[in-house]
Design a protein. Structure first.
Length: 480
């Protein structure tokens, strides 16, 4: 609201009456307007010009306070009374502005426009009133046209906030964007940015907004937390657009990196989680974009290194497992030479879930290196065989898988034979046949006799296959 320009100082003239007028205004309601009017005009008739000016100032200030209390109807009546005490056009212009603003706040556009047309000042203040009229009428084209004309920073900020409060999303978005780009007030820029985030309809819009955070170091801690949390939530909504997800997570990571880790481990966890999600998204992209596979995998490795740079403080076992599985997948698919040592790192970890070892096998079977394949399968077998409640059917499948790729079927079969009685019969029969066939194919007579003899011995534990296999095996062995 616009204030009176009177600057006269107080003098002890009819102090009691003036104080009474102030008291009336402090508790003013619509039904008390007539009493206030009588007091004001009584003072104006019985005092000099200076006191008339004081009456005008008291009424003006009273109207402003009532408006701030959202008593628009009462403030309106007070301003209309105040008009009677104004002789200068500049003062009348300010009052017309305030009266029009009261009408607009009540939603009475027609009444507001009657006062707007009486304004003689062609400043941007008129533009603000016309902007409000366009907002109430939901005239998007007119509102945006007026906002484009406003060059005064403070007035544009006012227009932006008015548009935001009016729920005119399209108008608010355009006005807030403009105010951010021309405003030198960092505090308001952040307020406008928060408003735009609330209006945002998609993670893509969010991502564009975070780019406007040009001086993160100057943000207060609460602002950093707000924007980091907001970016985190936006990133989660971006899935399955993994490229957009990565872009927003990088912004979240940048904001989180400006927070003092020593003060709160929550910030450290946020940075770690950003890195983990970026790695996961890079791995997903590497599977769907074969032409850029290597680039995505190298990006994943970059954020693995960044995660490690944060140290091991308060790092839980689950996160450690996820991290090493990500590193293992990157290493296997990039064909780097340290895969076997990474499998060894998994083996040395405590409380490794069996499902993790199975995931290690799945990852390592992507490798063309048989040593990697065998090492993963043997590691998984060791963990499954020493489990409190071994799942023999699953273990059998791991043995069969190992037998198919192993360069030393004898060792695999010896290892398997220790648990032969535990496996499902059909799978045990497959393993025996595999060992037998490998033995028969060998040109090494001793190897053939040893492996086939072991297979024949194991076949005696197969109730449904023993008689079928035994006779044939003996004949073949004798012929050898």
């Amino acid at each position: 609201m616009l204030s009176s320009s009177s600057s006269a100082s107080l003098e002890p003239v009819v102090e009691t009456e003036l104080h009474h007028l102030k008291s009336q205004l402090e508790t003013a309601e619509v039904d008390s307007i007539e009493n206030i009017k009588r007091t004001a005009f009584s003072l104006s008739r019985n005092t000099d010009n200076f006191s008339r000016g004081k009456v005008k100032d008291i009424l003006w200030d009273g109207g402003i306070n009532l408006f701030k209390e959202s008593k628009y109807e009462t403030a309106l009546e007070i301003y209309i009374i105040c008009l009677e005490f104004c002789s200068r056009e500049a003062e009348k212009d300010k009052l017309y502005h305030n009266i029009a603003t009261c009408y607009l706040s009540k939603g009475d556009v027609d009444a507001a426009e009657k006062y707007i047309v009486q304004l003689k000042d062609e400043s941007s203040m008129i533009d603000i009133l016309l902007f409000q009229v366009a907002l109430v009428k939901v005239d998007e084209v007119k509102a945006i046209e007026i906002a484009e004309k406003i060059t005064d920073e403070a007035l544009l900020q006012t227009a932006a906030i008015l548009a935001f409060k009016s729920n005119s999303e399209s108008i608010a978005r355009k006005t807030l964007y403009k105010s951010i780009h021309i405003s030198s007030d960092t505090s308001f820029r952040l307020v406008a940015l928060r408003c735009l985030l609330r209006l945002s309809k998609s993670p893509q819009q969010d991502s564009d907004l975070y780019q406007l955070l040009d001086d993160i170091d100057q943000l207060s801690m609460s602002e950093k937390i707000y924007f980091a949390d907001s970016a985190w939530n936006s990133a989660l909504k971006a899935k399955p657009d993994y490229e957009l997800m990565i872009m927003i997570l990088k912004q979240c990571l940048l904001i989180s990196s400006k927070m003092p880790v020593a003060d709160d481990f929550h910030f450290l966890d946020r940075k770690r989680n950003c890195c983990l999600l970026i790695i996961a998204a890079c791995l997903q992209l590497s599977l769907s974009q074969e032409e850029n596979q290597e680039s995505h995998l190298n990006n994943a490795m970059e954020y693995l290194a960044q995660f490690k740079s944060f140290g091991n403080t308060n790092l839980d076992n689950t996160t450690t497992i996820i991290l090493i599985l990500y590193e293992l997948e990157c290493a296997v698919r990039l064909n780097v030479p340290n895969v076997v040592s990474l499998i060894g790192c998994v083996n040395t970890m405590k409380h490794i879930p069996l499902s993790t070892m199975d995931r290690v096998v799945d990852i390592c079977m992507m490798s063309k290196d048989k040593l990697v394949n065998e090492t993963a399968l043997k590691s998984a077998l060791e963990h499954h065989l020493t489990a409190p409640d071994p799942k023999w059917s699953h273990i059998s499948k791991l043995f069969i898988h190992l037998a198919k790729i192993s360069s030393d079927i004898m060792q695999v079969f010896k290892y398997w034979s220790q648990y032969a009685n535990e496996f499902p019969e059909e799978e045990a029969a497959w393993m025996i046949c595999e060992a037998w066939n490998q033995g028969i194919k060998s040109e090494n007579i001793d190897f053939t006799k040893d492996l086939c003899t072991m297979a024949h011995r194991a076949s005696q534990n197969l109730p449904n296959y023993k008689d079928i296999y035994s006779k044939h095996m003996i004949q073949v062995l004798n012929s050898k």
